[in-house]
Design a protein around this ligand. Structure first.
Ligand code: ADP
Length: 545
């Protein structure tokens, strides 16, 4: 009897690790530029060759401090080329990059750093005052390394100087062999219920996510792009774009300490930025600035991915028609590295009337190749893609978490058949476009009918006198909950509750019309710049018409 020659598994078992991204960029893109905004100075420029050399030195310096395989290296920092160095220095030596959200409360920061058991923390000097008071309570942290991020910044006593460490340490001579399933990075979700929960990204997840986000029908990232990083590098790894940028060898510009709308448009204008993502509140503020200061030219931008919360249709339309810049609506989560869907029109839709096209583009889009997605009702039944049936979005795929890090309370976030329950409620149309109605906790239940707060908000934000709008549920004796609209007028405009209600009346079912409109000065924002409805619900909990 002859034995059959092997047929399966005849391709190399090549691990999908970040070492490949780094080595590729080091060899192919040495002369490409990196720049970090330094307040009062301008753009501090360097090259990928500098990045590669400094990263290899930083890895060696971390090893010399005793950092080893699986040890967590925390960052507490703004977006900068140094932060990018840590993005690679830690995972390439087998350690784990842990980006800590600088905007959380001291209590959450303490919890997160201790829970992740960070051994080293690398901190921007300008942010040290936040950490200094709780340093003594960060029991696992053996070394604090400080980066001078502003001119004249000093390195506090008892900490190590980042630049000195990098300058004084010879580079790592060889990278260790890694498995693609090794932990590379870690982010905590913002913990609206219970403690924040840790998501651990494998090398493989980041590798595949970076390839997916480079695809033509996703972000189409390329070597020719000039990418400005405004999404904080502690917010789902800046949506993983820095990794994809290194893979592609794109020019990268980092927003530096606390960038304001004017800093952002100035960077776009001066550096001819082609790609820059941010949450909707940032683009709402930039729109207001561009109205007031028309001298800025942002037409170099070929794409703005916008997500994190729903992008109002009026904003998409305005950026395209007035500023000549296309916004790409995307949906994702920290738990998904973070990309789930992006909203590009299919070729059959490009000839649709303006109105229909924008209606589709305001949806969150179709699942990215690599992500399986379904909607499921409360009884666990999968819902049809009919544009009407609502359900919770459940997902699975190679860059979606299988489990939170060391968290007993999170088992209910996964179904028995292996899907992740996102907690977002949506409808799917027959073409597969997802439209998020709400987060489960933001839905408004009025007399047995669900009202989508997102729908009503985006309608209100189409009013020319409105800058921002958040719609929340307030308790009601008869209907259980009723919608209340909290509205911020555009600078210099006055608007009345009646004007807003008159504007909504023809567009909404009677029962979905907010009971009232309250005018407020600003919508409170979360640590990553989303509308913080929790704060508004608390503020208006006793509200009665
Ligand atoms: P946080 O809990 O801090 O907001 P994430 O950034 O991971 O953390 O948030 C993910 C959530 O943001 C999603 O579950 C969803 O509710 C919301 N979200 C993200 N993108 C969109 C979008 N395009 N439209 C509506 N909601 C979105």
């Amino acid at each position: 009897m002859t034995t059959k020659p092997p047929l399966d598994n005849l391709m190399m078992d090549y691990p999908l690790t970040l070492t490949h991204f780094f080595e590729r960029a080091r060899r192919l893109f040495a002369n490409k530029t990196l720049g970090t905004r330094v307040p009062g100075v301008g753009l501090q420029k360097s090259t990928y060759a500098d990045f590669a050399g400094r990263t290899a030195r930083l890895s060696a310096a971390l090893a010399a401090l005793g950092v080893g395989k699986r040890d967590r290296v925390g960052t507490f920092a703004w977006n900068s080329h140094r932060h990018l160095e840590i993005y690679f220095a830690a995972p390439l030596m087998g350690a784990v990059l842990h980006t800590v959200n600088i905007r959380l409360s001291a209590q959450d920061i303490r919890y997160i750093v201790n829970h992740a058991a960070d051994r080293v923390l690398i901190v921007d000097a300008s942010l040290w005052p936040i950490l200094a008071p709780i340093r003594g309570e960060l029991s696992t942290v053996e070394h604090v390394i400080v980066m001078a991020d502003t001119p004249g910044a000093t390195i506090p006593r008892g900490t190590l100087d980042y630049e000195q460490l990098v300058a004084a340490t010879p580079p790592m001579s060889e990278w260790p062999k890694l498995a693609e399933t090794d932990a590379a990075g870690m982010c905590y979700t913002s913990g609206t219920t219970g403690h924040p929960k840790g998501v651990v990204y494998t090398h493989r997840a980041i590798f595949l996510h970076s390839m997916a986000s480079s695809m033509a029908d996703v972000f189409a990232l390329s070597e020719r792009d000039v990418i400005l990083h405004i999404v904080p590098m502690f917010h789902a790894n800046a949506w993983c774009v820095p990794f994809a940028a290194v893979l592609n060898g794109a020019t990268q510009v980092f927003g530096g300490p606390n960038p304001q709308p004017r800093d952002i448009v100035e960077l776009i204008h001066q550096e001819r930025v082609t790609f820059v993502g941010a949450v909707p509140t940032v683009w709402i503020a930039i729109d207001a600035l561009l109205e007031a200061e028309p001298r800025w030219d942002i037409s170099s931008v070929r794409m703005i991915p916008i997500g994190g919360s729903a992008a109002p249709r009026a904003l998409l339309e305005k950026f395209e028609k007035k500023y000549g810049v296309s916004l790409l609506h995307a949906w994702g989560m920290t738990e998904m590295t973070p990309l789930g869907t992006v909203c590009r029109l299919k070729s059959s839709m490009t000839s649709l009337a303006d109105d229909e096209r924008y209606a589709i583009r305001a949806k969150q889009g179709i699942p990215v190749g690599g992500v399986d997605l379904r909607i499921v009702d409360e009884a666990g039944r999968e819902q049809p893609w009919d544009g009407r049936s609502m359900g919770e979005i459940q997902v699975r795929g190679p860059w979606i978490l299988r489990s939170y890090y060391d968290s007993a309370e999170s088992a209910d976030r996964f179904t028995d058949d292996g899907w992740f329950r996102t907690g977002d409620v949506a409808v799917l149309d027959p073409e597969g476009y997802v439209q998020i109605t709400d987060r489960t906790k933001d839905l408004i239940k009025s007399g047995g009918e669900w009202i989508s707060s997102i729908d009503v908000e985006t309608m209100i934000m189409a009013h020319p006198k409105v800058l921002e709008a958040a719609v929340i549920a307030v308790p009601h004796p008869k209907w259980v909950e009723r919608p209340l609209a909290c509205v911020v007028p555009r600078p210099g405009e006055t608007v009345t509750a009646e004007e807003i209600l008159d504007f909504l009346r023809p567009k909404l079912a009677r029962w979905a019309l907010p009971d009232d409109v309250v005018l407020i000065e600003t919508v409170p924002k979360t640590s990553v710049g989303k509308f913080d409805k929790k704060v508004l619900r608390e503020r208006f909990k006793d509200w009665r018409r």
